[in-house]
Structure formats: structure tokens, C-alpha cells
Design a protein around this ligand. Sequence first.
Ligand code: IPE
Ligand code: IPE
Ligand code: MG
Length: 236
Amino acid sequence: MNKNEITQLVKDCALRHIAFIMDGNGRWATSRLMPREMGHAAGAKTFKKVALYCRSIGIEHCTVYAFSTENWNRPKAEVAAIMKLLDQYLDEGEEHENVSYRFIGDKNGLPTEIAERTRALEAKTAGRDFILNIALNYGGRAEIVNAVNSLIAEGKTSVTDADIASRLYTAGCPDPDLVVRTGNELRISNFLMWQSAYSELYFSDKMWPDFGTEDVDAAVVEFSRRKRRFGGLDKK
Ligand code: IPE
Ligand code: IPE
Ligand code: MG
């Protein structure tokens, strides 16, 4: 399929929000006898390419899992290398026209300077067409707990689905239609626990740095063949 056909397919199957669990950077590097950090650097390039490609085929929202609340358990040097890549990315972010950045996750747990820069980039790019959510120091359970605690702090004694959704980091964003995980692992790893209740799941055995625009196309085609029922029955 060419790009026009994929763009049409995105429209026809109402694929508005795609999410990626960008996994496999470390194994990609190790298998090439390189330090894991180089895998993260290669993964950062893939991320830029894939996110901009999603925008170019008409997807409105893209969410990527960049760093989980559990990833702090990794060796200090690896965490530092990831934060450095992020720092570099924050310098470039503004150059991408028509991208609104949102950093989802607990900003207070990030190094102060990075947290401030993520806030600044969000403010500077607000209101643009394409929403790029970057999950950073993100945990799906923590997100729900935060949401409930903020409702309690306002004096609520019982809450609805809509109340909780309105306090998630992704408030205002449609739920992901499709969640793609690379790296040949078949799990969710605490990503978008609430929002992915009815998402279609797509697993790729490619390591994230090897994931390309043709793989996005394959995921879109697969998504277009799924029958989403949301608990109901197939439409005749
Ligand atoms: C994903 O790749 C990136 C982050 C979690 C930051 P990994 O670093 O988990 O790569 P593998 O799974 O060890 O290969
Ligand atoms: C999930 O990958 C987190 C990110 C991609 C940022 P992990 O590599 O941390 O997940 P597990 O440990 O294999 O479940
Ligand atoms: Mg991993």
C-alpha cells in the first residue's frame, strides 16, 4: 500500500489515536555488542521518525511510552543516558511544526530542569493539530491513584468513570484505538491501564530501533481488519 492508501485507511477505520510501547532498545544494542545506551540513542531516532509519520498519515493523537515509573530501577548510568537523550530532544521539539507536546506522568519525580523544560514546551506548542503525548515517569496505576486523590481532595465522596477520566494525564484525549508494542514482549507493563480498556493490541517482534514506517503501515492494516465490538455485537 502506498502512503495515500494508508492515509485513506486511517480515515476509513477511524484510527484517531495510536500508542506505542517502544520496547527492545537494550536488546537491539546488546545483540550488536554495543552498550545499551546506544540502543536508546537509536530508539530516539525511531521515535522521531515514527511520530512524524503517524502525523503525516492523518492520525490525530500519538502516545509513546518513553520512561516508566519502574524504569528508575535500572542502573544509574543507563537512566542518566536516557535523561540526556530527553534533554537533547527537548531542544529539538519546538522545530516540529504542528505538534502539540504533552508530557504525561509525574513531572515532580523528574530532574527539576527537565520538568521545567517539559512544561515550557507544552505551553509553547499548545493548541496545534497533532497531539504527541510522551509518557515520562509514567505509571498507569499511579495515574489512576492520582486522579482519585485529586477528586477526594475536592471533597468528592463517590466518583464516576467520567470524573476519573477527566483527571487522568490524558484528559481530553480520546482513548487509544490501537496500542502497539515492539520488542517481542506480550504485556502492557503499566501503560495506559485505564485508557486501553477497549484498545486493539498489536505486538511486533521487532526491536524498537528496527521498527519502521512500513511496520506502522502493517499495524494500521491489521487494525482495519479488527472487529471492535465494545461488548456489543457485530454490525450487520
Ligand atoms: C525500552 O527499551 C526503552 C525503555 C524502557 C526506556 P528497553 O531498554 O526496555 O530495551 P530491552 O527491553 O531491555 O531490550
Ligand atoms: C516498558 O518497557 C516501558 C517503556 C517502554 C518505557 P520495559 O522494558 O520497562 O517493560 P518490562 O520491564 O519488560 O515489562
Ligand atoms: Mg524492555
